[in-house]
Design a protein around this ligand. Sequence first.
Ligand code: NAD
Length: 546
Amino acid sequence: MYEKTNTCGKDATPSGLALLRDPALNRGTGFTEAERDKYNLRGFLPPHVHNQEEQAVRVLTRLRALTDPLEKFVALNALHDRNESLYFRVLCDNIDEMQPLVYTPTVGLACQKFGHIFQRPRGLFIGANDRGRIAQLLRNWPYQAGIIVVTDGERILGLGDLGANGMGIPVGKLSLYTACAGVHPQLCLPVTIDVGCNNTAMLEDPFYVGLRQRRLTGAAYDSLLDEFISAACEVFPGVTIQFEDFANHNAFRLLKKYRDRICTFNDDIQGTAAVALAGILSALRITGGKFTEQKLLFLGAGEAATGICDLVVSAMMAHGLPEAAARQRCWAVDSRGLVVKSRTDLAEHKLPYAHDHAPVGDFLSAIKTLKPTAIVGVAAVGGTFTQEVLEEMARINERPIVFALSNPTSKAECNAEEAYRWTKGRALFACGSPFDPVKFEGRTYVPRQGNNSYIFPGVGLGAIASRTRRITDEMFMGAAQTLAQLVTESDLAQGSLYPALPRIREVSAHIAAAVAETAYRCGLAGKPKPADVLADVRAQMFDPHY
Ligand code: NAD
């Protein structure tokens, strides 16, 4: 039934132009004859009724005629602003094509140009000048938020400090929560905390949308974040808060500070970890190798690398390995060489993986010395998985695991073609950026992206469905296992370590159920366990089709 009800259950749907201007309710030319009568729409719409399917074809036709991804982004944004169900239908039905437009890589460009392409605000901007009134500001939001994605814009993708322009990230990410997992759009609240910006190009851009000041630091920064967290939990009880694109020096600290106090996670650290762990578990379905016998060597030792290491260690411990032995399975090379104990320049988050070992200066030498079963590229330095690196991995492993996860494509450690060619088709390859299938010596390999969007939407949905009070490592391990199990034999046969993206809603439902199961089992859920957890999760998924 098409209507919005008020708290007394009465039809509160606006009529006439007000209805056409409400993106949550507007159906444009899709309003039926009966709805046009009921809601006083006669005259505002051209006479012919186009059903939603026809409208979606029109949107796609127009979109595909555009050549510039940023123009496509703008067109999709405009659709989001005027007809939410149609926007999400287009996303859901064409997720392979749309995800790179509403999220990486296009969203990076959109953030850089945010002020230039700005049309309508979305989400909430909380500025350093809002100190003392954040709760009041959150109360302006017309819905009861179930999930907040928050950034301070300091480390947007691999692009650095974009300040308040970073708002494109929470907006895009929450679109994926809805498209990939059916989290209801009204439960989704994008937030940007504008603590200033240290990027001079932004501050000097006349169209920059943020405060013209340098970033807050220290106690001034922490107390603003604290006020936001307390206010969000007060105004939206039970809300899940996902941290996104905070710089290293705040991301680890904030996660540690809040993870045992509120329902929160950091996708750059924990979502990445789960998607990478899933890829490794899928690869082991092909090699038959034992998980606890894997040795991982990372290129990069930042949020992604540390997050993956931490979850791999937890998962190895769950498989019976002592913590110290599990840590010995994870090694990293950063810009100054192998992360080892004798180094005095290591940031705190690297210390658990600083092992007793002689210094090694470069990645290839580290491979030769350590003989890893898997290499994971997360340093955002393009071309670093060279021919020599890949040949060496193929020399020491029958089936080397090679994850080139850095984004965007220009930063990828190697492309898919190189991964297969230089390992003679033996690499078990996953990538951060999309690559086309590769033909090599008569076989076709279909590399798939180790994209966080396999994980975070399902985790968010599971958190909302079970009303969990915390998001734990065990939940991310469960998410990773579930994802790996959903990879089919025919996926594996073509070298795909992840399911096909069009299955994402099914994948997310299963991940949400796994997360919710953990919440019920661990006494973290905010409601009694339903008889059928998967059915309960599915019942809460928003379907944009009508
Ligand atoms: P980060 O800034 O936290 O970490 C980058 C790390 O790389 C730092 O430890 C830095 O010291 C190291 N580094 C820099 N130059 C190096 C060099 N020349 N050699 C070796 N190490 C070097 O960033 P992050 O969040 O960890 O992300 C890193 C990359 O991974 C980005 O490109 C990001 O897009 C990508 N990523 C991909 C996925 C995914 O595919 N699912 C998820 C998260 C991050």
